[in-house]
Write a protein that binds this ligand. Sequence first.
Ligand code: CP
Ligand code: NVA
Length: 301
Amino acid sequence: MKLKTKDFLTLDELSSKELSQIIDLAIKLKKQKNNKAKPLQNKTLAMIFQKPSTRTRVSFEVGMFQLGGNALNLSPNDMQISRGESVQDTAKTLSAYVDAIMARVFEDDLLEDLAKNATVPVINGLSNSFHPCQILADLMTIKEKKKKLSGLKIAWIGDGNNVCNSLLYGCALSGINISVATPKEFQPDSAVVKKSKSKTQVELTTNPDDAVKNADVVMTDTFTSIHNLDKKRVKKFLPKYQVNSSLMKKAKKDAIFMHCLPAKRGIEVTESVIDGPQSVVWQEAENRLHSQKALLISLIK
Ligand code: CP
Ligand code: NVA
């Protein structure tokens, strides 16, 4: 299966069918752990990181290796871009050597510039506004646990951040209802909400109890993202938006807890929840590998 889109920047580039095919391929790849097929033999992925990463960097590098290709880890500080070479020229140069580019950046404009000027696929490995690769893994994990996506309800608690924005698109494409509980000033991007609302049920609330009612999945993320490290923010979320055992009890009995990681125990989530029986965070983290392999196979020509 090849995707219609050249680039993967927000998740909204995919059709519902394409998203569901990537998830199913990811589940299949996970089951065939010892498959020796090398569909990306001799292919190279360039990885550019403006921000730190553990999961994204390692899962992409290992994923390329397992598919028969390889990955280059590029720090912008070591590239001529640090001395003023344009994004446009960098994109054209990289396209001459590699088969795809994955970039973790601050500004979304930079990714769009890269995508416009690169002749090879550009993948968003997290930007200030979106984190689509995370949502592939999250939807895969939910499908593994719940055996379906359409008709489920997700409660997002805390900061309406980059992960939440891509999640809204993921829910819209998968027929999942979502309730987002945040302080008023930390709601997700209004254009993303509007677009997602045209395809699925989206509720914005300031009350976590309302959001988790009947939820199959409860999700959160740190209150301080990499681009938003102001510690004063945290006070605006606590104690109301912490996912703890008492909040989990208000969701469905068999609800699962998810977090993209890294997590701050005792802040956005208590230890009893993230390390408790409802948490699927390690499966979720592992699934970054399988879902990105499925994405790379589907994107790279
Ligand atoms: N969830 C996630 O993207 O983790 P890293 O920041 O470690 O890549
Ligand atoms: N919202 C977080 C996600 C980290 C994977 C951030 O942008 O820092």
